[in-house]
Design a binder for this molecule. Structure first.
Ligand SMILES: Nc1ncnc2c1ncn2[C@@H]1O[C@H](COP(=O)(O)OP(=O)(O)O)[C@@H](O)[C@H]1O
Ligand SMILES: [Mg+2]
Length: 239
C-alpha cells in the first residue's frame, strides 16, 4: 500500500485537527433501509463503466472476506445482543479491513470505488440511532479510516416508505429482516435525522437525493450529480 493516505494511516492516523482527505474516485451511497442504495449503485456503475473506467463496487459492513465475516457477527449474532459500543467497534474493525484490503488498493491502481454505505452510516446508526458520542465516531474515523469519499449520495426517504420497500424485497427474495432492520421506527427516525445533519455539515460532499421518486428518476438524479462532480474534479485538476 502506497500513497499519502495509506502512509498517514500506516503512521497511526492523521493529526487531530487535519480535515480528512476526500478521494475524487471514491463514491459512497447512504440512506436508510430500502432507500434504493443497491438500485442506484448499479446505475452509477454503468455510467462510470461507459467512460471506460474500472469500477469496484463494494459494501459495508463487508467488502473483504474477513469484513464479511464481521458483517455476519453484526447482523446475525445469535442470542447475545451486542452493546452499542461493540456494534461501533465491530463496524470499524470491518471498515479498517475494507479500507486497507479493497478500497485503497483499488484507488491506487486508478479504479473508481462505489461503496454501498461507509463511515457516514456509523455517524447515523451508532451515533444518531444508538446515541453514542459522535466525537468517539470521529476519533475512530480519523485513526482507522483516514479518508472520506469525494462524493456521497444520501438517498433520503421516509421511514414508513423504506419499510414498505424492504418488505416487498424480502417477500420476493424470501429474506428475513436482519438484527438492525428489526429496530423500531423511532430508531430509524433518529438515523434519518443524523444522515441529514451530515449533509448539512458537509454539503459539497454529501448530496441529498429525493429517494421517494420512482426508481428511474432517483437513478437519473444520482447519475447527473455524479457527472457534475466528475466535471468539477476534472476542472479542478486542470486549473
Ligand atoms: N425509487 C424506488 N421506488 C420504488 N421502489 C424502489 C425504488 N428504489 C428501489 N426500490 C425497490 O425497493 C427495494 C429496496 O431497494 P434497495 O435498492 O434494495 O434498497 P437499499 O439497498 O437502500 O436497502 C427493492 O425491492 C427495490 O427494487
Ligand atoms: Mg441494499
Amino acid at each position: 500500500m502506497t500513497g499519502p493516505v495509506a502512509a498517514d494511516i500506516a503512521a497511526g492516523g492523521l493529526s487531530a485537527d487535519a480535515p480528512l482527505p476526500r478521494h475524487p474516485r471514491f463514491v459512497s451511497l447512504e440512506g436508510g433501509e430500502g432507500a434504493g442504495k443497491t438500485t442506484v449503485l448499479n446505475a452509477l456503475r454503468e455510467a462510470l463503466q461507459q467512460t471506460g473506467a474500472e469500477v469496484v463496487s463494494t459494501r459495508e459492513p463487508g467488502g473483504t472476506p474477513l469484513a464479511e465475516q464481521i458483517r455476519e457477527l453484526l447482523l446475525h449474532p445469535g442470542d447475545e445482543k451486542p452493546s452499542a459500543e461493540t456494534e461501533l467497534l465491530l463496524m470499524f474493525a470491518a471498515r479498517a479491513q475494507h479500507v486497507r484490503g479493497t478500497i485503497l488498493p483499488a484507488l491506487e491502481r486508478g479504479a473508481w470505488v462505489i461503496s454501498d454505505r461507509f463511515t457516514d452510516s456509523s455517524y447515523a446508526y451508532q451515533g444518531g440511532g444508538r446515541g453514542l458520542d459522535p466525537a468517539f465516531v470521529a476519533e475512530l474515523e480519523r485513526r482507522v479510516v483516514g479518508l472520506r469519499p469525494g462524493l456521497t449520495l444520501l438517498l433520503d426517504l421516509g421511514v414508513a416508505q423504506g419499510r414498505e420497500r424492504t418488505r416487498g424485497r424480502d417477500l420476493v427474495f424470501g429474506q428475513t429482516p436482519d438484527r438492525i432492520e428489526r429496530e423500531r421506527d423511532d430508531f430509524f427516525e433518529q438515523v434519518r435525522r443524523a444522515f441529514l445533519a451530515r449533509a448539512r455539515a458537509e454539503p459539497e460532499r454529501v448530496r441529498v437525493v429525493d429517494a421517494s421518486q420512482p426508481a428511474q428518476a432517483v437513478a437519473d438524479d444520482a447519475v447527473a450529480i455524479l457527472r457534475l462532480f466528475m466535471a468539477r474534479s476534472a476542472a479542478e485538476q486542470a486549473s
